[in-house]
Design a protein around this ligand. Structure first.
Ligand SMILES: [Zn+2]
Length: 97
């Protein structure tokens, strides 16, 4: 991929992410906190492998998952503590008072 194309994809991906946040509301689904940063989290299982896709392709999939009601907005803390089935680092506490 050329540098320019990469930069463009990055920009579009960022736009889609921002659009998704607008659609779902910039608020954590669990603790209702209104301050970012936000994580896009799948309610159910993600059916595709993150690593196999470019940033833009991932965002397109997120959009599709949102349309299928399989996406929500979480703050990093809730995302990390959610279910524990995912291996996030335990001490991401930068946004917790
Ligand atoms: Zn939260």
């Amino acid at each position: 991929m050329t540098k320019n194309k990469y930069a463009r994809e990055k920009r579009i991906a960022r736009k889609i992410r921002s659009l998704l946040l607008d659609l779902m509301g910039r608020k954590c689904k669990i603790c209702k906190k209104k301050k970012g940063p936000w994580h896009l989290d799948h309610k159910y299982e993600r059916t595709w492998a993150l690593k196999k896709h470019s940033r833009l392709d991932r965002m397109k999939r997120y959009l599709k998952d949102w349309a299928n009601d399989n996406l929500r907005v979480l703050c990093p803390f809730c995302n990390c503590s959610d279910g524990g089935k995912r291996r996030w680092r335990k001490h991401v506490r930068s946004n917790v008072r």
